[in-house]
Design a protein around this ligand. Structure first.
Ligand SMILES: [Zn+2]
Length: 645
């Protein structure tokens, strides 16, 4: 067995260590999200927690870690008899790889065995393995969307659930969720962000002496892991005992009214969404008192709880610049300390004002300040949306998520024959299976009425339908496009395409470029409201860094390919094709050549350069003129001609 780095040997990272320890004391807090750049040893710290957790008593032989005192009634290995003797085993830390298959995570039901051998064969997945332990997701911001959904379900219900062809299995899955991420590689989906009880930001120490100690210990550990672990065994033992003692103390600790008042005042002052923040803060403050061996919750506990529980919950203006770090509107301190102190003081000054007694948000402490618009020019409103022509990838996809855009073969759509499954059987085609088995019955020695079925008889149905795509808009917002009437038409066109994407159940993202840089105005999302809001506020003007826009789009697509590999992208570049800043866009366009793409050509005026057409050729895609985008374009032309005539 490999020896892990001891928790007690970690230098610095005080907030991270505290957040993990408090969750170990009180798993109800809901886990920890750890954000930080590469090379900050965040994974090492997380992994070292498992060794400190109290042992877990399980039913012997149960693969689902049932507690003998209260076995899961739906346990697939059950039902278990009452009064079984507990078998203690070490608590587990289970790692969930971001690209894991659904079967690996939720468990797999072997349909072939069920049909041919008549047994209900269920192999537990990672969610089962993590039950009553820690589930750790490194690079959680790159987790595939279908795994995010599984994880959210399990985290919300405490149950994992697998269903195939009418056979279903469910089992308990409660775990401490810990995620680490590097925010430079993309943000987390809001639903998942909200699931983490606490969030901490880690940075490498700026203190040379502390850095030296980190390196010294790391080298000592690598030279002799076992010896290093022995040297810290005492520290580890003490921490484990302290966690166990704090767990014992926890049930008797009550949250006094004044602490509760402070918590709700702070949450109101920071304008957090829902009630989860209040609950998490309350649990954290109580766990902190237990951890410190105290019998009551103090103001300091509430302050610390706020620092750990609130940074990722502050309500964000949906029109905020997405490059603004949601953790940081204060220049690096995470939470606005002044506002926190003010809220704590206000709560002291206004005891029991009744239900209306929250702090007044209209005063100088409210608003957050710094609400300057980032642009001098008032944004142009989009023109009236219209029905657009269908833009879609030309090639037929292979099993993307159901939708109404690109053509695909897969699990849904109209029937298009049957085939022997290439991998695991997904959708049984009963008629085709029976037809395949029928000619062999005599040779297989069938005697009774039952059909003798073999694995090679199994057929799955093949379907052809429409899939949902990721439509990534890459919109030129530069000066050459910014004549107000023109920009109105361009925004109107993008808005129309967005509405079309919404009706087709696509995911949409928006990259824009102007001046010196490109930005992700909207990371890929299913919320079209968000997208159209961003579009309306989109600032325009300046030079045209077309290559930067394409490269930014390429990065967004690369991250999405990891998160949601089944969903094919369609890149829609909206530009007149001119570039006046940065490198030649053709090289950047060639990097995107494997992606289905359409260039909406916005060039206008009497002299035309045809640059958008050249760009489309480099992308390996097609170009369409802005005026041709409307579905009833021809009708409109005919109308115009008649009017002139
Ligand atoms: Zn069990």
């Amino acid at each position: 067995m490999t020896v892990g780095y001891p928790f007690s040997a970690v230098v610095g990272h005080d907030d991270l260590k505290l957040a993990l320890l408090l969750n170990a004391v009180s798993p109800a807090i809901g886990g920890v999200l750890v954000r930080g750049e590469k090379g900050t040893a965040k994974s090492t710290v997380v992994r070292s927690l498992a060794a400190l957790l109290p042992r877990v008593a399980v039913v012997a032989g149960c693969r689902f870690s049932c507690d003998p005192a209260a076995p899961d009634p739906s346990c697939p290995d059950g039902p278990h008899a009452n009064g079984l003797s507990p078998h203690p085993r070490p608590a587990r830390l289970v790692e969930l790889p971001v690209g894991a298959s659904e079967d690996r995570v939720a468990g797999s039901l072997d349909l072939e065995r069920a049909l041919t051998e008549g047994v209900k064969a269920y192999e537990p997945g990672l969610l089962a393995a993590a039950h009553r332990g820690v589930l750790y997701v490194d690079e959680v911001n790159l987790l595939h969307d279908h795994l995010v959904d599984l994880l959210l379900d399990a985290a919300a219900m405490g149950v994992a659930h697998v269903e195939r062809e009418g056979v279903s299995v469910r089992h308990a899955a409660r775990f401490l969720l810990v995620g680490t991420m590097n925010p430079e590689e993309g943000e987390l989906r809001p639903q998942l962000l909200d699931r983490f009880g606490l969030a901490v930001e880690v940075r490498a120490s700026r203190d040379p002496a502390e850095r030296a100690e980190v390196v010294r210990r790391r080298l000592a550990f690598e030279a002799d892991p076992a010896g290093f672990a022995r040297a810290y065994a005492g520290g580890e033992h003490d921490l484990a005992l302290r966690i166990a003692a704090a767990r014992d103390r926890l049930p008797a600790l009550a949250l006094p009214d004044d602490a509760l008042r402070k918590i709700t005042a702070v949450c109101a002052a920071f304008d957090v969404e829902g009630m989860r923040a209040d609950l998490v803060m309350a649990r954290t403050a109580v766990a902190l008192a237990a951890w410190e061996g105290r019998d009551e919750v103090t103001s300091d506990d509430v302050r610390t709880a706020a620092r750990l529980a609130l940074p990722h919950r502050r309500r964000r203006d949906p029109f905020d610049d997405p490059f603004d770090d949601p953790f940081d509107d204060t220049g690096g301190q995470g939470l606005d300390e002044e506002r926190l102190e003010q809220a704590l003081t206000d709560a002291d000054d206004t005891p029991d004002k009744g239900p209306d007694g929250g702090p007044d948000d209209g005063g100088p402490s409210g608003g957050g300040g710094g609400e300057q618009a980032p642009v001098s020019q008032a944004p142009v409103n989009p023109g009236t949306p219209y029905r657009t022509r269908l833009l879609a990838p030309e090639a037929t996809g292979r099993g993307g998520p159901a939708g109404r855009r690109g053509r695909t073969t897969g699990e849904s759509g109209r029937a298009a024959g049957a085939r022997a499954p290439g991998g695991r059987l997904r959708r049984l085609d009963l008629a085709a299976t029976l037809a395949a088995a029928a000619p062999h019955q005599h040779r297989r020695g069938r005697a009774g009425s039952g059909l003798v079925l073999r694995r090679e008889d199994l057929r799955e149905s093949l379907r052809e339908g429409r899939e949902s795509n990721l439509v990534l808009f890459c919109v030129d917002a530069s000066g050459s496009m910014a004549a107000r009437a023109r920009m109105r038409a361009v925004k109107g066109a993008v808005l129309s395409l967005l509405l079309d994407a919404y009706q087709r159940r696509d995911k949409v993202g928006l990259v824009t470029f102007r001046g010196a840089e490109a930005m992700v105005a909207l990371p890929p999302t299913s919320s079209v409201d968000l997208a159209s809001g961003r579009l309306a506020r989109l600032a325009t003007g300046g030079r045209t860094p077309l290559a930067a826009g394409l490269l930014r789009a390429e990065r967004v697509l690369a991250a999405e390919r990891l998160r949601d590999p089944r969903r094919r992208p369609l890149l829609v570049v909206v530009t007149d094709g001119r570039h006046t800043a940065g490198p030649d866009p053709v090289a950047a366009a060639r990097r995107l050549a494997g992606v289905a793409s359409v260039v909406v050509d916005c060039e206008h005026g009497p002299v035309r350069l045809g640059l958008a057409g050249r760009l489309a050729a480099a992308l390996g895609g097609t170009a369409i003129r802005l005026e041709e985008l409307a579905a009833d374009h021809l009708a409109a032309v005919v109308r115009d001609v008649r009017r002139v005539a």
